[in-house]
Design a protein around this ligand. Sequence first.
Ligand SMILES: [Zn+2]
Length: 237
Amino acid sequence: MSIASSNGSYHSDSSSTPDVTAASRVETRPDRNTQNGREPNIQPPSEELKDDMVDAVRTLLLGVGEDPEREGLLKTPKRVAEAMRFLTGGYNQSLEELVNGAIFDEGHNEMVLVRDINFFSLCEHHMLPFVGKAHVAYIPNQKVVGLSKLARVVEMYARRLQVQERLTRQIAEAVQTILEPKGVAVVMEGTHMCMVMRGVQKPGSWTVTSAMVGVFQEDQKTREEFLNLIRHQPSFF
Ligand SMILES: [Zn+2]
């Protein structure tokens, strides 16, 4: 068994050519929910749209009764547009590029768990942050992936407009796709600003979601082992 804990800072290892062609695809749910079965029209963000985004933020400022011309707000539209692009940078990444070269045939067949991966996402209903921790485990079928890559998979999907349920499922399916392991388990604990700061205004409320694939779904003992391991509080420092 291997357990790792992550504080969300990763090495930046470069990727070039995709290397997961052999991995068979699991049956994935649609990346995003769609209207009447229509494919979502997702375009890579163009440079021209940047100016439109800045104008839109200016309109937002006017809409909340502010004066976009006052000194403190002069550069705000540009900053907000740039921040939004950063926070949704996961749209410009792909799983194939992300794991490239980091899959190893170790013959390891025991549970690998990376706990406490910080995630920062935006809910697609309000575009307000939801943040928390993800725990990702899998039981390899010979193949393992570099531990930091699990954190990167979480980050890639988190940096898109999301709902926590789909985010959790996408991470599990991604690990299933790249490694074809015996099972994958993902638990995410998040607090949603749209619940905390508005709406029901319940600070301190947490949402827990889980996605279990393979042996974690079929075998209660394996699932319990995982759940026990993420309950235990480590103290390293
Ligand atoms: Zn929301």
